[in-house]
Design a protein around this ligand. Structure first.
Ligand code: PLP
Length: 480
């Protein structure tokens, strides 16, 4: 019960226990506590309302005497199931609604991982984002201090703020050699919304799509929610084998190919230049669009230029390109974008308008000021430098502690390390044991069909905590 916003009024003439009983009764009536659900313990309520436990007992007695709650020895106080039969009102069967919706929930294990991350202070190798000390807090403060906000606070253009789209177009030209104009850009709530919009607007239930195995996309129930048939493109050292697209197309008539070619999540691999060229040849011949999901290509650790995106090599307009600021700046900013042909962008913008009337101006304004400022380049160099350091600390810790137990391919960029477990260790049991030790990662089979792998993300963990995290992982592993 979120009692933070409410406290009994100690000056009131109404006795405190009565105020509390009324308050709980309202929460029950509003449906927050369905029939049969447990109410908080007397002790915890007394603490949050800042009253004696006796006052809570009196409040629960009051609710008990009017039939609202039941008291079951050993299991506390529950909302009565009988009382609802006596009244004329009927409570909707929320469980049924929750189970039947066509938009599918995340897998329970994913929900479990998210809850653990949010509720506990763990050494976090699971979240696919930057550590807080890599996020540009100071740059944003400076923008807020030094730039006047003069944008309209009305509904934004559904394609996104025009200034930001101009800036994204310049950014793409400068950093990725991608030619586009503000007309061919749609601003989205991260790359995630871009993927969702594409799937919803350009595909139909029953359509076949090909995607990397393992991949981030594997974790997207979005594909299943849209009723798509999914076919896997196995990822090896140099990414997928483009010829597989031809084979799949012959058998299943593939409608779209989803790729994260550079510093792939979770394997960290880069689709080799030859393979990138071949993907473009094949898909252009077959007339299949490629969705290039590219959140990581600017996080390259090599001194040479970053690997060229498919979009920058695309001569036939086959590629719809997605990227975001989540892995370069801040995942909580929720700024991503799609680049594509005008008719596609208009269609998606129309859908975005129906969903949320366009993206909020505040993060768009901030993103625009940041992307066009000189400090963006400095920040980017800083992030790359620090991520390389994190990657190296992780690799040294693994080589020292776990070289007998797992192997990996060293990524040249991005934020993830994909590890193969040496023996037949169950990743889920390893996760449970690791959680007991205060460390978390993503079991590989959540991301693809291969078992015996784990994804260790070095982007999110504090550098100093990485060796300790690996020591704890080792302890967990030795217990299995
Ligand atoms: C390959 C890939 N695509 C898309 C996303 C979604 O990122 P966001 O919506 O924060 O831009 C992620 C996040 O982990 C990712 O790894």
């Amino acid at each position: 019960m979120n009692t933070m916003e409410w406290k009994p009024d100690k000056q009131s003439d109404i006795p405190i226990y009565k105020q509390i009983a009324d308050y709980i009764q309202k929460r029950i009536a509003y449906g927050e506590y369905p029939p049969g659900s447990s109410l908080p313990s007397e002790r915890s309520l007394a603490k949050s309302f800042d009253v004696n436990r006796g006052t809570i007992i009196a409040a629960y007695d009051e609710l008990y005497s009017n039939g609202m709650v039941e008291r079951i020895k050993g299991s506390g106080t529950k909302v009565s199931t009988d009382v609802w039969g006596l009244t004329r009102t009927r409570i909707p069967n929320w469980d049924l609604y929750v189970e039947r919706g066509s938009f599918l929930p995340n897998l329970p294990i994913y929900q479990h991982i998210h809850e653990e991350i949010h509720e506990r202070n763990l050494i976090n190798f699971a979240s696919g984002e930057l550590a807080h000390d890599l996020m540009p807090y100071e740059n944003f403060r400076e923008i807020l201090r030094e730039h006047e906000f003069r944008q309209s606070l009305g509904y934004e253009h559904p394609q996104g703020n025009l200034d930001l789209r101009h800036t994204i177009a310049k950014h793409l030209k400068q950093h990725k050699n991608i030619e586009c104009t503000s007309q061919s850009i749609l601003v989205t709530s991260g790359a995630q919304q871009a993927l969702h919009l594409l799937i919803q607007c350009l595909l139909n239930p029953g359509d076949a799509v090909a995607y990397e195995d393992p991949s981030y996309a594997h974790s997207l129930p979005t594909f299943r929610s849209a009723g798509l048939k999914t076919y896997k493109l196995p990822v090896s050292e140099h990414g997928i084998n483009p010829e597989e697209i031809v084979h799949l197309h012959k058998r299943h008539k593939i409608k779209m190919v989803f790729l994260n070619p550079i510093f792939q999540n979770p394997t960290g691999t880069v689709l080799s230049v030859e393979r990138r060229k071949r993907v473009l040849e094949i898909t252009a011949e077959l007339g299949i669009p490629v969705i290039e999901d590219d959140p990581y290509s600017l996080i390259s650790f090599s001194e040479q230029t970053t690997p060229a995106t498919l979009k920058s090599m695309d001569k036939n307009g086959t590629v719809l390109y997605i990227s975001s600021l989540s892995k370069l700046a801040a995942s909580g900013l929720r700024i991503g974008w799609i680049v594509g042909p005008h008719n596609v962008i208009h269609r998606l913008a129309d859908a975005k308008q129906q969903i949320d009337f366009g993206h909020s101006i505040l993060p768009q304004w901030l993103a625009n000021e940041f992307l066009r400022s000189e400090s963006f380049e400095t920040h980017l160099q800083h992030v790359k430098h620090r991520l390389l350091e994190k990657r190296n600390v992780l690799i040294s810790a693994l080589q020292e502690e776990l070289s007998d137990h797992l192997t990996f391919q060293i990524p040249d960029g991005g934020i993830h390390l994909w590890c193969r477990l040496a023996s037949k260790i169950n990743e889920y049991r390893l996760l449970e044991e690791s959680l007991k030790n205060g460390v978390i990662f993503v079991p590989g089979s959540l991301l693809g069909s291969q078992t015996g792998h784990i994804r260790l993300t070095y982007g999110r963990a504090e550098t100093e905590s990485i060796p300790e995290g690996i020591a704890r992982l080792k302890q967990a592993l030795l217990k299995l």
